[in-house]
Design a protein around this ligand. Structure first.
Ligand code: NAD
Length: 453
């Protein structure tokens, strides 16, 4: 994140008093095309292909199919910001609520130059299925702002965040829709959202976001929760494959929140981390990478591994096909595809990222006998502890780290076991099994609630 600028002292809330209402778009059923001009599969297409397969196995009622494949709400807002030189820049922000049948919607906010509505729609739907799989009373949502945080000052990031939040006042709320961090957003961004929302509500409302700083009502263990959850999923998968953790070799793509903590937690369990990567490239060491040293390096170098000397330099694509037992893609979507899946050497893939494997790769990996623990299960530890955070905010009573971590472990192991048993019952992959369980739960709840209208 960019360094603080001198003009940070100016409080930007004043500018929100003449706020424009958010522009509501009529939600339309998911329309999705195969791939974009760069050959990247549309994540919505990937999500819907899995959804369709699960719907067929469940023999989902056509009306319910239509309901569950249509987002409840899509909001697009413009975010005008006055830059330091007095010029005005306009950014675009999104929030998609895919479904709120199980409860208030929940999902992260990402800041990235290539964020688009289709990506946000897919991520929102994945959140619905994830909340159902990990058994929390939340629906699914996702948000994003199209911007490049690396090119923004701290003041500009704060202004974008506050204006985005002000534009979303009718959407966000502890009983309506609860954001959290995602790619390029962090505790500080959540603190700004909390503050902006609270200023407008005229009371401090900690439950409006999760993943916030501890002092503002954050939960112990939230920052590490997704990575620790990935570690528990990996241990469950390894045990089914009969591989002891201290005999396992692991490659981790992405060294941000999820990747670095997944790597560190597995390293702690005795696994040998043979490869890591981030946006600057990959680093391979057959003898094992010293993960504490890699984290220290990354912390000291603006959260980048560039220049890290603990391994031979490889490309980010090469990391995906190195010899290892476990591959943890924890960077972005669409990384393991029909083009490179056949070259994967891992026996187990644990999806730390959302949508890192495209639908075309599923059957290739299945035919190769690779066990894939899907995103909606593997990285659900983050939203599980976000739920714990929201519960603690409502209780006004805060748990110790041991309690959070134990409840997280129990939840991850239970969810894995349910998905595994269900996959045996239907003779399907863990991915399809997760979708079947999630869609069935949401569909049954929808039937109970009925359709108002
Ligand atoms: P982050 O911004 O902290 O880290 C992303 C990492 O990926 C960075 O190290 C970046 O350098 C790296 N990266 C980007 N492009 C890359 C490439 N082509 N090759 C290799 N590395 C690359 O983000 P995060 O919070 O760790 O999220 C990562 C993924 O996990 C996203 O898909 C996100 O949706 C998902 N996720 C995050 C959470 C959470 O709690 N943070 C929870 C569930 C899922």
């Amino acid at each position: 994140m960019a360094k603080k600028s001198a003009s940070d002292t100016k409080h930007p809330l004043k500018r929100f008093s003449d706020e424009q209402p958010a522009s509501y778009k009529e939600p339309a059923p998911f329309e999705h095309k195969g791939a974009d001009a760069n050959g990247h599969e549309n994540p919505l297409h990937s999500m819907m292909q899995r959804f369709d397969k699960a719907a067929e196995i469940l023999q989902l009622d056509p009306g319910i199919y239509k309901y569950l494949s249509t987002p409840v709400k899509c909001v697009i807002v413009s975010i005008p910001i006055t830059m330091e030189d007095g010029s005005i820049e306009v950014f675009e922000g999104y929030r998609v609520i895919h479904n709120d049948i199980l409860g208030p919607s929940k999902g992260g906010i990402r800041y990235s130059p290539d964020v688009n509505l289709d990506e946000i729609k897919a991520l929102a739907a994945w959140m619905t299925w994830k909340c159902a799989v990990i058994d929390i009373p939340f629906g699914g949502a996702k948000g994003g702002v199209r911007c490049d945080p690396r090119k923004l000052t701290q003041r500009q990031l704060e202004s974008i965040t506050r204006r985005y939040t002000a534009n979303m006042l009718d959407v966000f709320g502890p009983d309506r829709d609860i954001p959290a961090p995602d790619v390029n957003t962090n505790e500080q961004v959540m603190a700004w959202i909390l503050d902006t929302y609270s200023m407008h509500m005229k009371r401090t409302e900690p439950g409006v976001v999760t993943g916030k700083p501890l002092v503002l009502g954050g939960s112990r263990g939230r920052r590490e929760a997704t990575g620790r959850g990935v570690m528990h999923s990996t241990l469950c998968g390894l045990s089914k494959l009969g591989i002891a953790p201290n005999k396992a070799t692991v490659a981790v793509e992405g060294f941000g929140n999820v990747g670095s903590i997944s790597a560190a937690s597995l390293y702690e369990k005795g696994a040998k981390i043979v490869a890591i990567s981030d946006v600057t490239g990959g680093y391979y060491n057959a003898k094992g990478i010293d993960i504490d040293a890699a984290i220290k390096w990354s912390d000291e170098h603006d959260h980048l591994l560039e220049g890290f000397a603990g391994g031979e330099k490889i490309s980010t694509d090469e990391l995906l096909t190195v010899k290892c037992d476990v591959l943890i893609p924890a960077a972005r979507e669409d990384r393991i595809t029909d083009h490179n899946a056949a070259k994967v050497q891992a026996k187990l893939i644990v999806e730390g990222a959302n949508g890192p494997t495209n639908a075309g790769a599923d059957s290739i990996l299945e035919s190769m006998g690779v066990m894939v623990i899907p995103d909606i299960l593997a990285n659900a530890g983050g939203v599980k502890v976000s739920y714990f955070e929201w519960v603690q905010n409502r209780m006004g009573y805060y748990w110790d780290l041991e309690t959070v971590n134990k409840r997280l472990e129990d939840a991850m192991v239970l969810a894995f076991d349910r998905v595994y048993e269900n996959s045996l019952k239907h003779g399907v992959s863990l991915r399809l099994s997760s979708y079947i369980l999630a869609i069935d739960k949401v569909a049954r709840t929808l039937k109970l609630r009925g359709i108002y209208g």
